[in-house]
Design a protein around this ligand. Structure first.
Ligand code: HEM
Length: 380
């Protein structure tokens, strides 16, 4: 697959950081636009569902961003995230124990589905005050919406993905209407109280409910795979230690995060590090190492550039920087550490069954699709 790169690609961390810190010059207005133009038939499917994504949070370049961000931030405060740790550990422990039972019965077990999929979604819904239901549906819709927006689907695939996105959007709208009327505190009710209408809350919810958990599932998948592969200087058994689990989470965040790139567009003719940039130029910021794109020579999971990028924290720029920095960073890191640690504790005697899985590789999302393991044969 070879395509021409439509972006000005920036990889140097100081340049990336500068762009993120100059929101008046470099707007996030293109952050959630489809990478591939959507064809007429797929568009009609979305329109019939009333699907619309007005800019509200991640792609909102206006003054209203700060107030809306504050509302969402209130549900993801570090103290609330820390208080969730016992619940996250319970979810992760239960998932890992189930995976261990399946593996011990001699089956091949996919750790993406059994261990990485559910704890991030349940933890996120609970923190946001939303009902924990239809999680299997959410886990099906999530990668499909990510592919529709950040992938290169052909027209037939776009139609399939549009049906999925429309179904999710209709489900979401019902959830928003119900949550706004609910007596219990929740993020959608607070956004309505802040003055957002249903379409704006749905737009925010669409991004939040998908990216707020699928990215963590993907991060955990990559970490489990690299640990079992033994390619990152840490053994599977070592990850039972909380400190080691944190090290590997931060290492993977810095080298091959689930969100390796993010987009900005220049608002005016300007310059960056002495180089001219024209108004309207679309910029692809490489936040961490990545597995290549359709226009790079090394478009493969084995040959992509997953070297560590220097950053300003121990995990570099994986969560962005500046006024749009990820609001879920603390939650994502905690969930990843706990899930990895619990998996390493429960599944002591496993080995990688497939060392060459297919990778989910979109413009801004990446992860192995499966992490299949089996119990190690007993030594004679
Ligand atoms: C490993 C998991 C995650 C990664 C790698 C990640 C990465 C990112 C990145 C790169 C951005 C754009 C930052 C920028 O423009 O400067 C972002 C924005 C955002 N993320 Fe995350 N994220 C993750 C998990 C989460 C979770 C768990 C939540 C919430 C439950 C979340 C909520 C958000 C929100 C609300 C924004 C938009 C913030 C704004 O525009 O003000 N993310 N994330």
């Amino acid at each position: 697959m070879s395509k021409e790169c439509p972006y000005k690609v920036l990889r140097e961390p100081d340049a990336v950081r500068e762009v993120l810190h100059r929101p008046d010059d470099f707007s996030p207005a293109n952050a959630l636009l489809t990478v591939t133009p959507i064809g007429g038939q797929a568009l009609r499917i979305l329109q019939r569902a009333g699907f619309a994504l007005p800019p509200v949070l991640a792609s909102n370049p206006t003054q209203s961003h700060a107030g809306i961000r504050k509302v969402v931030e209130g549900f993801l405060m570090p103290s609330k995230v820390t208080a969730m740790e016992p619940r996250i550990r319970e979810l992760a422990g239960r998932a890992a124990a189930k995976a261990a039972r399946l593996a011990n019965s001699g089956r091949t077990v996919d750790l993406v589905q059994t261990v990485a999929a559910y704890p991030p979604a349940i933890a996120m819904l609970q923190l946001l005050g939303l009902p924990v239901r239809d999680v299997p549906l959410l886990k099906t819709w999530s990668p499909e919406s990510l592919e529709l927006f950040w992938g290169w689907p052909d027209l037939d695939r776009q139609i399939e993905l549009a049906h999925s996105a429309a179904e999710f959007y209709e489900w979401l709208r019902d959830l928003v209407l119900e949550s706004v009327r609910s007596a219990e505190p929740n993020v959608f009710k607070s956004l309505a109280a802040h003055g957002l209408d249903t379409a704006e809350i749905c737009s925010l919810g669409y991004f939040l409910l998908i990216a707020g958990q699928e990215t963590t599932t993907q991060l955990i998948s990559t970490i489990l795979f690299r640990l079992l592969e033994g390619s990152r200087g840490m053994t599977w058994d070592e990850a039972v230690s909380g400190a080691k689990a944190r090290d590997i989470v931060r290492h993977v965040l810095a080298t091959e995060s689930s969100v390796p790139t993010w987009r900005r567009v220049s608002c005016r003719d300007t310059e960056l590090k002495g180089e001219p940039i024209s108004a309207g130029e679309e910029i692809l910021l490489e936040l961490t190492g990545n597995h290549g794109f359709p226009w790079t020579a090394d478009d493969s999971a084995d040959t992509g550039d997953c070297t560590e990028r220097e950053g300003h924290t121990s995990y570099g720029l994986a969560f962005g920087s500046g006024i749009h920095r990820c609001l879920g960073a603390k939650l994502a890191e905690l969930v990843a550490v706990v899930v990895v640690q619990e998996a390493a504790m429960a599944l002591r005697n496993i080995r990688l069954h497939n060392s060459n899985p297919d990778w989910f590789k979109l413009l801004s999302f990446q992860a192995p699709m499966t992490v299949e393991v089996k119990v190690r044969p007993a030594r004679p």
